[in-house]
Write a protein that binds this ligand. Structure first.
Ligand code: DGL
Length: 265
């Protein structure tokens, strides 16, 4: 039985798509989640800006007793994972678009990637393609505005559907039979994406693999702590009422959201 405290952060509520998998795989851990809502979206910010946010949020999580930190955000992983691994002693688990499994899954040999501009333009993403794309054609699409729709809890409205159509159609027209959900907000739109793209298209999300990787790391590296309470605690750097509303809807039960202390905002 693995116990301990896991700190998880994202630019907003997207990382909850990863938190669901973490809770399922690690039922006895204490989870602290920070939505950096005052700074969302990360996708159009500079790598330096995101790095500074990632350092502040990680300091906060360590101060709250986190034994390991999950960067539940592809954009922040690309910008800050190396720095966090250098500056913090605890395990830092990052995530990136699942190119390797998508390349294995495509039958036609064309994979589409939906992600933020920040992720697609990062050196880390270029290295990922270099390493795993092989002979498979990778077509990419930045998705400005989509994160904001999820942040406002608008998963099914007309505007959200229009954006999903705008971003998904070019990838399908270029022949993609497999789509990578390369941002943690997008799994909350997977029904809509499937509706637009068609049943036959394979959707690939990284959340479960990240939770499995976390489980292996902390089982191997963290001491057993009998006292850990299996709770979830939520913080936001933005409007806590709005965050409580959206987080409760996406988490599936009513939760309280505390303000992130001023020093870390
Ligand atoms: N959810 C994040 C990701 O996985 C960031 C989205 C954003 O804030 O732009 O990339």
């Amino acid at each position: 039985m693995t116990t301990g405290t896991i700190g998880v952060f994202d630019s907003g509520v997207g990382g909850l798509s990863v938190l669901h998998h973490i809770r399922r795989m690690l039922p006895y851990t204490r989870l602290i989640y920070v939505a950096d809502s005052a700074h969302v979206p990360y996708g159009d910010k500079s790598a330096h800006y995101i790095e500074q946010r990632a350092i502040a949020l990680s300091r906060f999580l360590v101060g709250q007793g986190a034994d390991a930190i999950v960067i539940a955000c592809n954009t922040a992983t690309a910008a800050a994972a190396a720095t966090l691994r250098r500056d913090f002693k605890c395990p830092i688990i990052g995530m990136e678009p699942a190119v390797k499994p998508a390349v294995a899954a495509t039958k036609i040999g064309v994979v589409g990637v939906l992600a933020t501009i920040g992720t697609l333009e990062s050196a880390r993403f270029a290295a990922l393609l270099e390493r795993y794309a092989g002979n498979v054609k990778i077509v990419t699409q930045g998705c400005p505005g989509l994160v904001e729709q999820v942040e406002s809890g608008n998963l099914h409205g007309i505007r959200t559907r229009q954006l999903v159509e705008r971003y998904t159609t070019p990838l399908l027209e270029r022949g993609a039979d497999t789509l990578i959900l390369g941002c943690t907000h997008y799994p909350f739109l997977s029904n809509l994406i499937r509706d637009v793209a068609g049943e036959q298209v394979i959707l690939i999300d990284t959340g479960e693999a990240v939770a499995r990787h976390l489980q292996h790391r902390i089982t191997a590296e963290l001491p057993y702590r009998a006292e850990t309470q299996a709770t979830e605690v939520f913080f936001s750097s933005g409007d806590c009422d709005q965050a409580r509303h959206t987080i409760s809807a996406l988490w599936g039960s009513t939760v309280e959201v505390q303000p992130l202390p001023f020093d870390f905002t």
